[in-house]
Design a protein. Structure first.
Length: 170
């Protein structure tokens, strides 16, 4: 597995990300520096295909942070329970700049009564931001947990809402 460290700037909020790539797929994004013994720093040696995926991920994350990218075109692969996979697929359907509740996600995943289980699946989302768990909020509209912290969740939602507002004023 190739792990590549990257520092992202989300509209003034600096965040450390580590992309983990296996078999030319992003299999994880961690907040902070993650060294699994295969870290390449700038990803400049070894797995050329993994390096190109890491570079594409960095470029697309930069575009996203600047409000110029609404979706990611990156190879991803995640594994989990059947319900987790359904929840993560449901996250991929949330439109850019919009939010849904945990109840909405549970319903989309096929079990409307499983709000807590949906929250647990979001907590275990291995590819945050690309698989947009930050777009899930409490049923009352409150911001709730996020692996990168609530300030980052708020910033990501602001970036998306501002980009949408600019798009609609043109």
């Amino acid at each position: 597995m190739l792990c590549s460290y990257y520092e992202a700037d989300f509209d003034g909020l600096k965040t450390e990300l580590t992309f983990c790539i296996q078999d030319e797929n992003i299999v994880g994004i961690s907040f902070g520096y993650l060294n699994r013994g295969t870290d390449t720093g700038d990803a400049d040696a070894g797995d050329d295909a993994g390096v190109s995926v890491a570079e594409a991920a960095r470029r697309q994350m930069l575009e996203y942070a600047a409000g110029r990218r609404r979706s990611f075109d990156l190879p991803i692969k995640f594994s989990g329970t059947e319900f987790q996979m359904k929840v993560w697929e449901a996250l991929m359907q949330i439109p850019y700049g919009e939010t849904v509740s945990y109840q909405d996600i549970a319903r989309t995943a096929g079990n409307p009564a499983a709000c807590r289980a949906a929250g647990g699946a979001l907590h275990r989302n291995p590819i945050p931001i690309i698989v947009p768990c930050h777009r899930v909020i409490g049923v009352n509209g409150s911001l709730t947990g996020f692996g990168g912290g609530l300030p980052l969740k708020k910033k990501l939602l602001q970036i998306e809402q501002q980009a949408n507002a600019l798009l609609h004023t043109r």
